[in-house]
Design a protein around this ligand. Structure first.
Ligand code: ADP
Ligand code: MG
Length: 590
């Protein structure tokens, strides 16, 4: 079977559970659809009665002729009216069912994407993901509503009309039947080629969205380095390639529609020829021939629509594949069967022979053994790329170790629920990310249930109140996307307030004070001191004074712990890295 039917089948399987809550709407739609088909079948019959009655010689004088004409006229009007009503109900039912179904799908795809591991997300462009979520789901929805459901109606109409035609005159029926295989074959071939073209086109569109997303996410760099023209050129090239594929798909679809038109013309000609002879031979009445030609038009309209829909469904199949590919991604970090709750841990942390890698080849951490007491402050120092952030991500279970285990309070993190592991730990990064909204909303993300007083308190403790006091709206000041409207030190303090509100037992500061000037660095350090009192703390830092202020210093080099101990002891050791770093700093200061 072709790839198209395979992926369509998978798609229908995937969609079925989402369709279930709307099955009444779907059933109603089908009832309306059958009614519509029935009225469509009935519609030409009054014409037959009228024609056959009026062509009889002397018909004008026959007694019942006027009442027959009136009855037939009323019949035509009634059939048309009822058909319109059924058709309306069908459209509304299908549209509602389709829209609701696909919106539920979109919600689930989003929820699914949120739970995929960072490993997945760091290998996928966010613009492409957004495109799948918004545009591909939207395309699928439009097609489901405007093509897939009517398609079923068209098939029913075709079969019903064909049956009546066979009863009227089987020779004529066979003429029409001959047209079907030709049609089916050409539409199948075209559909396959359209899907292929649409698949490439959608992928190109995803690339476009990915590139645009990256660019808009880094406007500062783009403008500072005047990358506008070169980015514009790159975009134009990708845009052009996308256009080529789009045009190919559209051409194929249009070609299929037009070849169906020609096929319909040939079939109509054949029916006129064979049907005219049938009337001459007396097999058919002239009225029946008219009904036949009417049916022909009625039956070929669905066929023409089929051609139109085939193109659109083929394109939607490409969109469906992209959604399925995303849905099929397994969240590799998730709750194990029977995982237990970490509850509120004391904050003892232990790394047992931990190795970690991002690509399963180059190790980022090797054989890490580290035991940390409740409330202990650990400084993690080492060159950039030595594995400090990786160590932190293991503690949050943003990734799992390749070998060994990470434990909190003696429990392997893989045996605990993800939620409880993550709420045991707060992290403050070097570049804290804020979301568009007010400062208050951003702080409250630490704990959504917190009261306003609680948020105010956290803002006070984290030195946020110090700068919001000068803003006209205070804590309710709206910040731009990613907090672009605030300075680095201000963003850090908001992030610390968030962490304070979260009240986790373990705190990770991943270069939280790096790159801040002396004054705002001091305000952030004060806030950090209040945040970390009495909690197990990991301080990733390049600042020797920050490191010395901790209970223990752990020096990492190329993914291994090369030195650890109390700062005072390490400083006494002449060859230790800490004392070398300290010496370097003192000679710089001198
Ligand atoms: P540090 O925080 O000490 O600067 P990291 O823990 O970020 O170092 O990085 C350790 C190693 O892992 C580096 O060699 C880096 O190239 C690699 N690494 C970090 N993050 C990723 C990632 N998302 N994908 C692939 N490799 C990564
Ligand atoms: Mg780092």
């Amino acid at each position: 079977m072709s790839a198209k039917s395979g992926s369509l089948r998978r798609l229908t399987q995937y969609l079925r559970p989402y369709l279930r809550p709307n099955r009444r709407l779907v059933a109603g739609g089908f009832v309306a659809m059958f009614a519509e088909v029935a009225f469509r079948i009935i519609e030409p019959w009054p014409l037959k009665f009228v024609i056959d009655a009026v062509i009889v010689p002397g018909a004008a004088d026959s007694p019942g002729i006027i009442s027959l004409l009136i009855a037939c006229a009323c019949g035509v009007i009634a059939a048309a009216g009822l058909r319109a009503l059924s058709s309306y109900l069908m459209t509304v039912c299908f549209a509602l069912a389709g829209t609701r179904t696909m919106n539920a799908v979109r919600g689930h795809v989003y929820a699914h994407a949120l739970r995929l591991s960072l490993r997945f997300h760091s290998g996928t462009r966010s613009g492409d993901l957004i495109n799948r979520l918004v545009s591909d789901v939207g395309k699928l929805r439009d097609v489901a509503v405007t093509a897939a459901m009517p398609l079923i109606g068209n098939c029913v109409t075709l079969v019903a009309m064909f049956t009546v035609m066979m009863i009227l005159d089987w020779r004529l029926g066979l003429v029409i039947l001959a047209a079907f295989p030709v049609f089916l074959m050409s539409s199948r071939i075209a559909a396959r080629r359209i899907t292929t073209a649409a698949r490439v086109q959608r992928a190109r569109e995803g690339d476009l969205a990915g590139a645009a997303g990256e660019t808009f996410g880094a406007m500062k760099v783009v403008q500072a380095y005047t990358l506008e023209s070169s980015l514009e050129r790159q975009f134009a090239e990708s845009n052009e390639r996308e256009l080529t594929e789009g045009v190919r798909a559209t051409k194929l679809a249009a070609g299929l529609e037009r070849s169906t038109d020609v096929l319909v013309g040939i079939a109509t000609g054949a029916v006129l020829l064979v049907g005219g002879m049938s009337v001459l031979n007396g097999h058919l009445t002239p009225g029946e021939l008219v009904v036949f030609v009417q049916y022909l038009k009625g039956a070929f309209k669905p066929m023409r629509d089929l051609a139109k829909y085939t193109g659109r469904i083929a394109k939607a199949a490409a969109s469906g594949e992209r959604i399925l590919a995303l849905v099929d991604e397994d969240p590799d970090i998730r709750d194990r069967e029977g995982a237990h709750d970490l509850a509120r841990p004391d904050g003892r942390v232990r790394f047992r022979g931990v190795s970690a890698s991002y690509d399963d080849e180059t190790p980022s951490l090797t054989d890490i053994d580290l035991e940390v007491d409740e409330g202990e402050r650990i400084a993690l120092v080492g060159h950039s790329g030595s594995g400090k952030s990786t160590l932190a991500s293991l503690l949050l279970r943003l990734q799992d170790p390749q070998s060994g285990s990470v434990e909190i309070d003696g429990r392997d993190l893989r045996d605990c629920t993800l939620d409880s592991v993550r709420s045991a730990t707060s992290i403050v990064l070097q570049e804290s990310v804020l979301f568009a909204g007010t400062i208050r909303e951003n702080i409250r993300m630490g704990r959504p249930a917190a009261t306003d007083e609680h948020v105010d308190w956290a803002a006070e403790v984290a030195n946020v109140a110090e700068f919001t006091a000068h803003l006209p709206d205070g804590l309710d000041t709206v910040v731009g996307e990613r907090g672009d409207t605030l300075s680095g030190g201000q963003r850090q303090r908001i992030a610390i307030a968030r962490a304070i509100l979260r009240d986790a037992r373990i705190i990770i500061l991943d270069e939280a004070t790096t790159g801040l000037d002396a004054t705002s660095g001091q305000a952030v350090r004060d806030a950090i001191a209040r945040l970390t009192t009495g909690r197990t703390t990991f301080v990733v830092t390049h600042d020797i004074d920050d490191a010395i202020a901790c209970d223990r210093v752990v020096v990492l080099d190329r993914g291994r712990i090369v030195e650890q101990g109390a700062p005072t002891e390490l400083l006494k050791l002449p060859g230790s890295r800490l004392s070398i770093l300290n010496g370097a700093k003192e000679s710089l200061g001198a």
